[in-house]
Every structure is written in structure tokens, then in C-alpha cells.
Design a protein around this ligand. Structure first.
Ligand code: CP
Ligand code: NVA
Length: 313
């Protein structure tokens, strides 16, 4: 079993389904009756180099609901700020806490922390991947489409429309492992990184997944069950926002774009959204949107990840 939760590519279809089954049980246990002590005495350190609402609060509240303690560490308050290495920090934190959730600027920083920590490390978003979000999104798709068997996921086509970023990378990996169809539609020069397409194709050979890149968003959403979008300028790219607004205009998820997909298409967004840019209010608040269900499910799925990594320690 993996010590860490850093990339979906490290997990098999069976492991992913087991975590999601646990999440379903947790969601059904509304009053937290059976689960309130499962992580009693355990501490999760949360280190965030970038802002967060959903990831921070769902992990912190999830830890409390399971009987454990969240410890929110501002990197500005740690000696990391004064140049203490990540390697030393990893070794030291391993003496005091039971797991670390980190949101980092660079993916390599999470890998380094995990390499030197004796305890589980969870990737709460990097420049390359956002596995906790996308695992939770798969849970939402199963729930909304009433799918109980992994095999039935193979009928689902996701069209991701927008920036080739961390979310799109993790979606490619998830689709590849689970045998889904994914089409990614981005403007030229803003496409997903080759490394993820290659990895996806590799994993997809076993699962039967279909992965393609199509520049035209209207063609990309054809026959789609899910349209997924994300901000055009991710955290750290804010200075490019105005420029990107011009380039990404044809990639807005609006009612006109939805008309090219299946009539029952569902719309997803990891949030936070820039309303009026990558998605209109009409779609975000409309009947096809499952965006707020997605946000709710972060809590249940993050709790399942915590149990998966910590229960037996
Ligand atoms: N979707 C997501 O990760 O949201 P936060 O940035 O608020 O954590
Ligand atoms: N792509 C976005 C996701 C935020 C949850 C970002 O990295 O800012």
C-alpha cells in the first residue's frame, strides 16, 4: 500500500473504488455515530503555501469528525521561511504528527517532503496535480449517475474545456485508470502537459480508456455526459489573467456550449470559479450544474483518504 497520497497514478482501480466505498459509508453515517473515534489521538498537519477554502476546511473538519486533531501551519510561521530545508522539516514533523497535508507551489516539493517524512503525505494541490479534488469528483459522478460498478464508468465521457492545468492532469489520470473517455479542449499553447497524456495513454492501454485533445470546444463536448471546467488563470498565474481572458473566450461554458452535448449533460467545476469568465452564472446556478454537490463531497472523500492512510497506523 502507498504510504502517501500524491498522484492518482500511484493507485489501482480497486484501491480507488475501496476509498470511494468508504466515502459513501461516511456520507451515509450522517450523525457520525460509527466513525467519531476512528482517528482518536492522531494529528494531521496542514501546510498551505497557497490559499484554500475547500481543501483546508474539508481536511480540518474531516479530521475533527473522525476524532483526530488538525494543526494548521502557516509556512510563514515555520522555519521553512528562514531557509530550513524541506527535508529537515519532513524529518522533524514526523516526530510530532501522524500525517501532513500540503498545498505546494511545486509538485517536486511534495515529493521531497514525502521522501523524507516517515509519515503519510497528502497532496492538497500542486502546479501539476490535484488528486484529492478529482478523486472526490469521481465520487460525485458515481453518485449523480447512480453507478455502482467500476465497469459502468466506462460508459462515461468527460469533456474538460479550458486551461491545461493541474485539474485536467488529474482528470486524465483518473479517466485512464478507470477506463473512461476524456476529451480535453484548450487553446493552442495552453494544452495539458505531454507527460500526463503519455502516462494516461499508458494506463489507458490496460483499462480501455480513450484520451484525446481537441482544440474546438464545440466538437469536444459532442455526446458528452460531463462538461468540466476550471479557472483560466490558476493560482500563481494571476498576472496573466487579463491576457488569458481574451484567448480563452471561446472556451466559456455557457448555455450555447451545452447545446452541443447530451441533453442530460452535467456540469462540473472544482471551484473557486470566476463567474462570467470560464462559466456563466446561468450554467453554474442552473439545472445541469452539480458543482455544489462536488464541493460537499470533498468532505466525505477527504475523510475516506485520511482513514485509508491512517486507520491502521
Ligand atoms: N477546489 C479546491 O481545491 O478549492 P480550494 O482552493 O478552496 O481548496
Ligand atoms: N487550477 C486551479 C485549481 C484550484 C482549486 C488552481 O491551481 O488555482
Amino acid at each position: 500500500m502507498n504510504k502517501n497520497f500524491i498522484s492518482l497514478a500511484d493507485f489501482s482501480k480497486e484501491e480507488i473504488f475501496n476509498i470511494l466505498l468508504e466515502a459513501k459509508k461516511l456520507k451515509n453515517d450522517k450523525k457520525n455515530l460509527d466513525t467519531a473515534k476512528l482517528l482518536q489521538g492522531k494529528t494531521l498537519a496542514l501546510i498551505l503555501q497557497k490559499p484554500s477554502t475547500r481543501t483546508l476546511v474539508s481536511f480540518a473538519a474531516g479530521m475533527v469528525q473522525l476524532g483526530g486533531n488538525p494543526l494548521i501551519l502557516n509556512p510563514q510561521d515555520l522555519q521553512l521561511k528562514r531557509g530550513e530545508t524541506l527535508t529537515d522539516t519532513a524529518k522533524i514533523l514526523s516526530f510530532y504528527v501522524d500525517a501532513i497535508m500540503i498545498r505546494a507551489n511545486k509538485h517536486e516539493e511534495v515529493e521531497e517532503l514525502a521522501k523524507y517524512a516517515a509519515i503519510p503525505v497528502i497532496n492538497g494541490l500542486t502546479d501539476k496535480e490535484h488528486p484529492c479534488q478529482v478523486l472526490s469528483d469521481i465520487f460525485t459522478i458515481l453518485e449523480q449517475k447512480k453507478i455502482n460498478s467500476p465497469e459502468d464508468l466506462k460508459q462515461i465521457k468527460i469533456s474538460y474545456v479550458g486551461d491545461g492545468n493541474n485539474i485536467s492532469h488529474s482528470l486524465i489520470l483518473a479517466a485512464a485508470i478507470l477506463g473512461m473517455e476524456i476529451v480535453v479542449s484548450s487553446p493552442k499553447n495552453y494544452v495539458v502537459e505531454k507527460e500526463f497524456v503519455q502516462k494516461g495513454l499508458e494506463l489507458g492501454r490496460e483499462s480501455g480508456a480513450k484520451i484525446s485533445l481537441i482544440t474546438d470546444p464545440m466538437a469536444a463536448v459532442g455526446n458528452s455526459d460531463i462538461i468540466y471546467t476550471d479557472v483560466w488563470a490558476s493560482m500563481g498565474k494571476e498576472e496573466e489573467r487579463e491576457h488569458r481572458k481574451q484567448i480563452f473566450k471561446p472556451y466559456q461554458v455557457n448555455v450555447a456550449l451545452l447545446a452541443f452535448a447530451k441533453p442530460q449533460v452535467l456540469v462540473m467545476h472544482c471551484l473557486p470559479a470566476h463567474r462570467g469568465e470560464e462559466i456563466t452564472d446561468e450554467v453554474m446556478d442552473g439545472p445541469r450544474s452539480i458543482i455544489f454537490e462536488q464541493a460537499e463531497n470533498r468532505l466525505h472523500v477527504q475523510k475516506a483518504i485520511l482513514l485509508h492512510l491512517l486507520k491502521s497506523l
